[in-house]
Design a binder for this molecule. Structure first.
Ligand SMILES: Nc1nc2c(c(=O)[nH]1)N[C@H]1C(S)=C(S)[C@@H](COP(=O)(O)OP(=O)(O)OC[C@H]3O[C@@H](n4cnc5c(=O)[nH]c(N)nc54)[C@H](O)[C@@H]3O)O[C@H]1N2
Ligand SMILES: Nc1nc2c(c(=O)[nH]1)N[C@H]1C(S)=C(S)[C@@H](COP(=O)(O)OP(=O)(O)OC[C@H]3O[C@@H](n4cnc5c(=O)[nH]c(N)nc54)[C@H](O)[C@@H]3O)O[C@H]1N2
Ligand SMILES: [Mo]
Length: 705
């Protein structure tokens, strides 16, 4: 029996008893998707905690989400619709009624849709501010589809890696983290586990207690690297070369699994000849690691029985990111580690979840329209044909995202958002950098105030989110805001009448066998459910790769057809010093602006207990700092031809030489100078998946005047 029937509103739920606990789900963009329990007393949430019974959450929440109540009840929460009265970017707004806001927004959007450029002049902009399927991929999508708006290609995070995995193993389906305790070697490769995926760590610890070694491959000595047996300080963007050299050694020293290769892979002879060119001596100057170190790593990997490679999205934010992921993903098939629990590679598990996203988003409602890549927002707003052909963008509707801080080439983005002839609507919890450029800001509910259901990308459990409290102020769920807008704009399809309960049922209408255990009833009863898979799930023990050939594809016919190298290779970054020596002479440091431990992208940056009194920082190697006359703690400028930001220098041995690390992503308006690291990043794309290259970014650092 459900704890409380879904038809009850959140306010009824909360007022029924003086104190109760409500099962929910952390909404944030993180592999861990925690099951969260909220204590509610007299209608007010008083505590959040991790579900102790959930195998992955294991009873704890991270540093950030432990502050979810401070965020929810923050004095700066947007509680009413607001209309801009100052200049764009100035942040001056006045309170208006929902009626006025929705009426005016509907009139403006209808005017644009029926104007000379048609509805494609309207661009939605959203990402994973909440990963909830209802608040992020349902009514909103229906609304823009039915309107005939331009489509958004949601590339800002993971598409390069997703393509890399797809080409080699076939899908975003990797090894199960719950197998890690059986691993005898764990490689944390391009991931800051303790920050970005902290609920993986207890499994790593168990493996270690049973004798496994844990290695971290990262240009930055992160807090994760500090906890590992070894830090392998690779040069940014060169992981493909390292993987090729490892395979060179595996084949040269007979450490491959010939039986697995013969039965479950395609193109092993071609792979063998390709990696023949990549001895450790060849890879050493590329990767910045010694040939001896590469060889011993390869031997350790080859002699392990069930090595677990956890790659994450950090290493694919370079021009060759997709090829790097594809190449690394070959390793467990060469050694046959896929056979055993704890062996294999994981980038994402999201491909296991068969929610009915088509029923939720209704792409069938859309006429054929153009697609705009979200990381090219700067171009889309400033070029007459949006950079892709067709009409200019005249209206931008932003929700679940903060593009004025997170999108690359920030100066271009702001130039676009400042346009007087651009109509901008932002659905938000807070007055973010982006909201400052809005014509209207609409107050949205948080996860404690609305229904949702979540998949995960780091484990195999689906989670239901029940509202714990009534919406604060006049806040509404995204679903309701788009329902209301659809009604105002006379969008007639009956699907706009679906309530959140109906949406939830639609999301779960599927015949996918993995979803057999994830039903409306199981979620209502337990709050979460494991996919219909054994624990641990060993996906490719007997092959069965979801590629066209059914094998692990070292040779990819699909890549050949796309005009790409069909074999694993090393694709250097766009801004690889050897490739662009003149640029590197001017801007010799590679800037990595990966997440700061206490922030979740830009979410939580405005929470005082998490930001503390800190400022943006940039870590430099002592040699690089000395060359520039930079002492620890001084203020510096970080810059290139795209832009600049200032930070406090942290000098030491926490990064490899040639690398600068600026923990991110700051709200620009909460830094001292109004800038952030994305002033320096570019709108260039990855080799496959048209993803961003945030860490493929040459800069110079100099003492501030
Ligand atoms: N606390 C916290 N957790 C988060 C997030 C957050 O902002 N804060 N963001 C969430 C989101 S949206 C995502 S996508 C994930 C991201 O989580 P991760 O995939 O772990 O990604 P990053 O932290 O971007 O990068 C991880 C590490 O990759 C390193 N790196 C950069 N370039 C290279 C390279 O070329 N090779 C190698 N080997 N390493 C490289 C960086 O130095 C960094 O330490 O985390 C999620 N979890
Ligand atoms: N330089 C640099 N840039 C990066 C990255 C990096 O590592 N370095 N990482 C990139 C990556 S991996 C990602 S995923 C993107 C992330 O970029 P975004 O997806 O834009 O993530 P956030 O900055 O967390 O912004 C999410 C916003 O959604 C809002 N929100 C949350 N829930 C709701 C809701 O229910 N309704 C509404 N209306 N709003 C809601 C939050 O208040 C927040 O302001 O950034 C990318 N940008
Ligand atoms: Mo991300």
């Amino acid at each position: 029996m459900p704890e409380t029937p879904l038809t009850q509103t959140a306010s009824q739920t909360a007022s029924q008893t003086a104190s109760q606990t409500v099962r929910g789900a952390c909404p944030h963009d993180c592999p861990d998707s925690c099951a969260m329990i909220t204590t509610v007393e007299n209608g007010r949430a008083t505590r959040v905690q991790g579900d102790p019974d959930h195998p992955f959450t294991a009873g704890f929440l991270c540093t950030k989400v432990n502050r979810y109540l401070e965020r929810t009840y923050h004095p700066d929460r947007l509680l009413h619709p607001m209309r801009r009265v100052g200049q764009k970017g100035e942040g001056k707004f006045e309170r208006v009624s929902w009626d006025e806001a929705l009426g005016d927004i509907a009139t403006r959007l209808l005017g644009i849709a029926s104007g000379p450029h048609g509805p494609q002049a309207i661009l939605p902009y959203s990402y994973a501010g909440t990963m909830g399927l209802l608040q992020g991929e349902s009514m909103d999508r229906r609304f823009f589809h039915a309107l005939g708006a331009s489509q958004l290609d949601r590339t800002i995070c993971s598409t390069a890696g997703a393509w890399g995995m797809r080409m080699t193993v076939g899908a975003s389906i990797g090894a199960d983290a719950e197998g890690i305790p059986s691993s005898d070697l764990v490689l944390l490769w391009g991931t800051n586990t303790l920050t970005a995926n902290p609920h993986l760590w207890p499994f790593v610890r168990q493996a270690r207690e049973r004798g496994a070694r844990v290695l971290c491959i990262d240009p930055v000595r992160t807090r994760t690297a500090d906890q590992c047996d070894e830090w392998i300080p690779i040069r940014p963007g060169t992981d493909g070369a390292l993987a090729l050299a490892i395979m060179h050694v595996l084949f040269a020293e007979g450490l491959q699994d010939d039986d697995y290769l013969a039965r479950h892979t395609l193109g092993s002879d071609q792979l063998r000849s390709r990696v023949g060119d990549y001895s450790p001596e060849v890879a050493a100057p590329i990767t910045g690691l010694s040939a001896d170190r590469i060889r011993s790593l390869a031997r350790e990997y080859g002699r392990a029985k069930a090595a677990f490679i956890r790659i994450n999205y950090g290493l694919q934010r370079h021009g060759g990111g997709a090829m790097a992921v594809r190449t690394i993903a070959c390793l467990p098939a060469v050694t046959g580690h896929w056979r055993r629990p704890g062996g294999g590679i994981q980038l994402s598990t999201s491909g296991n979840f068969g929610f009915n996203v088509g029923a939720l988003g209704r792409p069938d409602l859309s006429p054929p329209v153009r697609t705009i890549n979200m990381i090219r927002l700067g171009d889309a707003l400033t070029l007459p044909d949006a950079g892709v052909g067709g009409p200019p963008v005249q209206a931008l509707v932003v929700y679940n995202s903060n593009p004025a801080a997170v999108a690359p080439d920030r100066n271009r983005v702001l130039a676009g958002m400042r346009r007087d002839d651009l109509f901008t609507v932002v659905l938000e919890h807070f007055q973010t950098d982006t909201a400052d450029y809005a014509d209207y800001v609409l107050p949205a509910t948080t996860q404690l105030e609305h229904w949702d259901v979540m998949r995960a990308y780091g484990h195999l459990y689906a989670t239901l989110n029940r509202p714990a409290i009534a919406p604060l102020g006049e806040c509404k769920p995204n679903t309701q805001i788009f329902r209301d807008l659809a009604a105002r704009m006379a969008l007639k399809d009956p699907c706009f009448a679906d309530d959140d309960d109906t949406l939830l049922r639609q999301a779960l209408t599927t015949t996918d066998p993995k979803m057999a255990t994830v039903t409306y009833d199981t979620l209502m009863e337990a709050g979460w459910a494991r996919l219909n898979l054994p624990t641990p799930h060993v996906p490719y023990a007997e092959g069965g790769f979801p590629t066209p050939s059914g094998k692990c594809e070292f040779y990819s016919e699909r890549m050949a057809q796309m005009g790409l190298d069909p074999l694993p290779n090393f694709t250097p970054p766009h801004e690889f010093p050897e490739r662009v020596p003149e640029l590197a002479a001017k801007y010799p440091l590679t800037l990595i602006s990966s997440p700061r431990h206490q922030f979740l992208n830009t979410t939580f940056v405005n929470i005082a207990s998490l930001r503390r009194d800190s400022e943006p920082e940039v870590a430099l190697h002592a040699n690089d700092a000395a060359m520039r006359g930079i002492a620890d703690g001084v203020r510096v400028n970080v810059f290139n031809d795209r832009g600049a930001f200032s930070a406090v220098a942290r000098v030491g041995d926490g990064v490899r030489p040639g690398v600068a690390w600026a923990p991110s992503i700051w709200w620009a308006k909460l830094t001292g100078d109004g800038h952030n690291a994305n002033e320096t990043t570019s709108q260039r794309l990855t080799d496959m998946g048209a993803g961003p290259v945030f860490y493929d970014n040459l800069v110079e650092v100099a003492p501030a005047e």
